[in-house]
Design a protein around this ligand. Structure first.
Ligand code: FE2
Length: 263
């Protein structure tokens, strides 16, 4: 059947179960969260693709990218017992290697396969390469947005309900103040470099800075409506830096034509 996700879904199920089986407790939960995340990103990218008017075939390719973008996480965790790329290896590159090695995308045409692999490869990079054009560029942008939206959910659950594994904080200390370097990057509307993140407080500011990299207005609206930004502000220290960040973020959101909750 044309544009059928079922064979991809069943491969995904078989592959991920192989890893789940070998872990217990927190480790198993951390991996289960990655499975759920993959499915959520697939759903979000499908929704966004429809909303911006992509064709059935294009939505299908976007869904495949969403489902498999983090497939390398399983091998990463098995090998290094962490999701921290800097302490292990680039998980997006690993995702591409797994897909190639397992022949998962062999039923697609060469062009489609390259599109899926390239969008996956750049999903966690600082920016999308200049030479990405047409559908490849659109799907890469959608994937980055969908991934960020769902990562926000993961953290939101963690902070609001202490749900999930502490692995998602990369084991960082809580910290009391926002680091100067992180703050100045944020105020310049730059995406905070993970290398400068020293604590969970910095980490939250880094997450906020991802808003600068959101490609579609539809995505930004989803983030605001889900209340993820509010959760972060409840957790940041009450000081001048946080106030400056708050002002900055709200004027940025307004500039993009998105106005608060329920509007
Ligand atoms: Fe990822």
């Amino acid at each position: 059947m044309k544009n059928d996700m079922r064979p991809f879904q069943s491969w995904f199920g078989r592959y991920t179960r192989r890893f789940l089986k070998n872990f217990k407790g927190d480790d198993r939960n951390a991996l289960a969260l990655k499975i759920y995340h993959s499915q959520q990103v697939r759903k979000i990218i499908k929704e966004l693709s429809k909303r911006i008017g992509l064709s059935r075939k294009e939505i299908f390719l976007a869904e495949i990218s969403g489902l498999f973008h983090d497939i390398g996480r399983f091998e990463q965790f098995r090998k290094y017992h962490t999701f921290y790329d800097l302490k292990s290896e680039d998980h997006a590159a690993l995702s591409c290697n797994v897909l190639k090695k397992e022949g998962v995308l062999d039923t697609l045409s060469g062009v489609e396969r390259d599109l899926v692999l390239d969008s996956i490869f750049v999903h966690n990079k600082f920016s999308i390469p200049q030479d990405f054009k047409g559908l490849k560029l659109i799907i890469s942008k959608l994937l980055r947005d969908a991934d960020k939206i769902d990562i926000w959910r993961v953290f939101d659950d963690f902070y609001q309900m202490s749900k999930g594994s502490s692995e998602i904080n990369l084991g960082l200390p809580m910290g009391e103040k926002i680091s100067e370097k992180v703050f100045s990057q944020f105020m310049k509307e730059e995406i905070v470099n993970i290398k400068d993140v020293k604590s969970q407080v910095d980490f939250m500011v880094m997450r906020l800075s991802w808003l600068y990299d959101i490609n579609f207005k539809e995505s930004l609206l989803k983030i605001v409506k889900r209340g993820y930004i509010d959760t972060i502000f409840r957790l940041l220290p009450e000081d001048e830096k946080t106030n400056a960040i708050r002002e900055k973020i709200f004027s940025f959101i307004e500039k993009r034509g998105v106005y608060g909750k329920g509007s």
